[in-house]
Design a protein around this ligand. Structure first.
Ligand code: NAP
Length: 258
């Protein structure tokens, strides 16, 4: 009997868990999910798991060779640009097939008041113009990274994050610990309690955190939307939900490791 083919799923997302579940139990396949170890108690996917960084693209290439990985599914978050760039470099170096699963971004609809911007830093710079002076209230849902950019903005902040964020933080802030999915009723209650003048979000896409956009629309709250970093050129990209079976088929068809 031939050795099982190893598929490495770079995860930390709903899609990573879905991909691992779809692969687990397939005959002839060993699936290993990799998590960064960035959150205290991550939701764990089915199957084998490894946790922690690889040590850059070179470390990841070494792991692919050592574990005789046959294919990589990058199901990391759309804003996790570092690991995706490393996966592209490492897979090329090790001769391993790579498919990047990327959920589509969100689109502005009728009634929305969105301000798209290129980075968390420029989102922070936009805020003073959108707030009614220093009494302004900001609901910040961009995660723990980049919060230092908001430290100099004189407003009240409600910061939603999975784990407590580290300073520097805005002088006036309340931390709301929580992990999606968040349903519409919960988001309506959040908006009713916080009464934000502005919502700040990354364009994460997906269903789990989209209801906040509906709540903002219903209350006429402007939304600052941070655009995604671009994918590296030439990657094989699949939209997660509709394309997962086809993406998996492409991964299985990719050449065996050298
Ligand atoms: P990042 O900036 O792209 O990656 C930073 C470093 O963390 C990478 O160079 C790598 O370290 C390590 N790393 C990241 N993902 C990894 C994985 N799945 N397995 C092993 N190592 C990983 O990533 P990030 O934005 O900090 O996000 C970290 C993780 O959280 C990602 O896996 C992502 O899917 C998840 N996540 C991120 C966000 C977000 O908004 N950024 C939101 C939800 C979930 P080495 O160079 O040492 O290999």
């Amino acid at each position: 009997m031939s050795a099982p083919r190893t598929v490495l799923v770079l995860g930390g997302t709903t899609e990573g868990r879905a991909a691992a579940a779809a692969l687990a139990g397939r005959p002839g396949i060993r699936v290993v999910s990799s998590l960064a170890g960035a959150v205290r108690s991550p939701r764990l996917p089915d199957g084998e798991i490894r946790i922690g960084g690889f040590g850059g693209a070179e470390g990841l290439a070494g792991y692919l060779r050592a574990e005789r990985v046959g294919a990589v599914l990058d199901a990391t978050h759309p804003f996790a640009a570092g690991i995706t760039a490393n996966a592209v470099t490492a897979c090329r170096a090790a001769g391993v097939g790579l498919v990047v699963l990327r959920r589509p971004g969100w689109a502005e609809g009728p009634g929305d008041r969105w301000h798209r911007t290129g980075s968390v830093a420029t989102a922070a710079a936009l805020l003073p113009a959108l707030l009614p002076g220093t009494a302004g209230r900001v609901l910040l849902t961009t995660g723990r990274g980049g919060l230092a950019h908001f430290a100099g903005v004189d407003a009240g902040f409600w910061i939603r994050a999975v784990d407590p964020p580290a300073p520097p933080l805005p002088a006036r802030h309340t931390v709301l610990l929580g992990r999606g999915p968040f349903d519409l009723d919960a988001e309506r209650a959040l908006f009713a309690g916080v009464r934000p003048d502005v919502l700040v979000t990354k364009d994460s896409g997906g269903e789990a955190t989209a209801p906040k956009l509906v709540a903002a629309r219903e209350r006429g709250v402007p939304v600052v939307v941070v655009d995604r970093p671009p994918l590296p050129a030439g990657v094989d990209r699949a939209d997660v939900v509709p394309d997962l079976p086809a993406a998996l088929a492409r991964v299985f068809a990719s050449p065996a490791p050298r």
